[in-house]
Design a protein around this ligand. Sequence first.
Ligand code: ATP
Length: 719
Amino acid sequence: MITTHTNADFDGLASLICAGKLYPSAIKCLSGSVCSNVKAFLERYPQGILKSHSVKLETIERLILVDTREKHRIGKFGQIADKIPLHIYDHHPSQQDDLSGEKEEIREEGATITILLQDLRKKDISITKEEATLFALGIYEDTGSLLFPTTRHSDIDCLSWLLKHGADLSIVSEYLEHRLTKPHLLLLSDLLKSSKLHKIRGIDVVFASVTTKEYIEDLASVVHQLMDIERYKVLFCFIKTKECIHIIARSRAEEIGVGSILSDFGGGGHPQAGSATVKNGDLTRIKKIVLANLKIGERNLSFLIEKRLPKWMREIISISSRLCTETRVYLVGGFVRDLILNRENLDLDLVVTGDGIEFAKKVSSFLPNSCITSHHRFGTAQITLENKGKIDIAGARKEAYTKPGALPEVSPASLKSDLMRRDFTINTLAVSINHQDFGRLINFYGGTTDIQNRIVRILHPKSFLDDPTRIFRAVRFSSRFSFALDAETEKRARDITKEGLKHISYERLRNELILILSDEYPENALNRLADLGALGFIWGGLRLQKNIFSKIHEELFHIALFLPQIETWILWFLALISKLNKDETTEVVKRLRFCSRVRKKVLEAKSSSSEILKFLQRKKVKNSTVYKRLINLSDETLIFILAKTKSLLVKKRIHLFFATLRKEKVYLTGDDLISMGLKPGPKFRAVLNELLCQHLDGRIKTKEDELRFIQKLLRYANG
Ligand code: ATP
């Protein structure tokens, strides 16, 4: 089965037909609707393509995807795309959730049809004039008539070949010309009226927006016309309908790529053309975000500092700025990354050219109730603030690794080399907070481009060898921000995991692991680590148990009401090592040097789970017995047992324990017992415990019942 993306354009259709020639026994099928000009073309030149509703998914043996590799853009075929053999032909830039195929022809040509035509020509397969015309339409449309900067020599070469084979340019121009309907014309006029000009890095960027009652088909062609009529350099159209806001953008300016800007809204595309659909969004806010993202390229982030940071942080920045008369001070690292991504980050990271510790002392003296910890060996200091926020301050320094994996040697050097020793390009950005150039973005290593293109990339090929924990960090950032690992970075990570570990600090590995396990859905990153072969750093041959993560999510959802004070990351750690036996677990917790509290919880869960399970499955057990058995176990162990078992009886008993048994209290106090004539001593606790058990088993309910019970006990003891 061959298919292409929904809302198929000419490149999609051309690629579909061309793939049909490469795979003659395959069936051609649309995955959904087509653009209006493609529809008009198909009405006149039917191509024998099926519609997806007439296809049974179970009958498909292999899927050939053209002009897309996004699961959510291929209609119902998305349900099977990662389950059956897949061949992919696509020219779009890669994204995090891209499907992968057993055969992939993915190159950034101007059009996907160019990729397929190269194969077709190699195999010397002939084409008709009609096919040549359709294939030419694909190239013309996707390269903006060869004017988009993404146009490659190969596109032009293929086009020339198509002309030789009879492509009819009058038909091409007829269908490329987007015919506008009346609603299109009205929309066009409204968009024109609403146009607002913004200057971004000296380039005219136009925002146009309208609200319409109904969805208008083929909005893209209206935007295309608007771009042509006004010769705009960059255009963003915001079209608000009842359900959502459509953003369609075009750019002729090489400096401004629109696809990556829209990927923040779950959309995407090319530098020249992009789109996104936002459900339930607020138009004004969306425009503001787009504008802010455009401005990031402006290289001065003072507006982001002003708009995105809380007041207390701005004050600290302003104090630091005032203090740096002789030194220069920069915001750096993950803090700048998160400022750009608009994610909260309460850990300010500063680099000072000069003595970091001295500078930290000066800053701290202006911050009431702050305390400072210095690391003289590294020339760094950390200020902890009254509100638990943190400021990390380092003197600009250069490090040479004496031997791989060891702690770095420190010697003062420039900001550039300080940034060079960092892990990924996205963490190498700096923002000056010196009064001379406040807000200036310093981007030595292409960090902003990688943030915009959502890529995690190491700075040099030996990065993972210097510090293998960076593999864990790479996976954490990639999964937390939905960024892709750059291909070379991924290859280097695999090289290291294949070689096996020689130098690693297990303490740092543990810290990174805890950060991964502290995410809401840690299984994404753990699966990625498994895929890279990096779980072996924790324990050789460690494999993930398939369903345990979803079961834990389910149990956490059910017990959310009882709100036990749990450390969720420990639960995920238990899930991670659920295939290890007791001895292996003991070794792992030792190796990772967990503190005794964590060690105790992990070992307890491992050693007592099966025994407790057996106990809870017994038919007749009194509530008080359940209570006594469970009260000393950690909540993590209990939730882990819940996730491991299918037994409804066990689940019911643990839920009962969380919801009622462990909340049960007795009315009488120690003082009451004394006034009743009992002598204080070890028996006191036993008596109170017995009272509690009587409550749990429903034998006594009120304070009067308790009094009667004690009196009986006393009579029995005395008599
Ligand atoms: P998070 O939001 O997880 O705190 P972060 O990027 O701020 O992200 P930190 O662990 O606080 O991460 O590190 C601060 C900065 O120090 C990073 O942005 C990075 O530049 C640098 N860094 C941290 N760990 C490493 C490492 N293993 N190798 C190189 N640089 C690192």
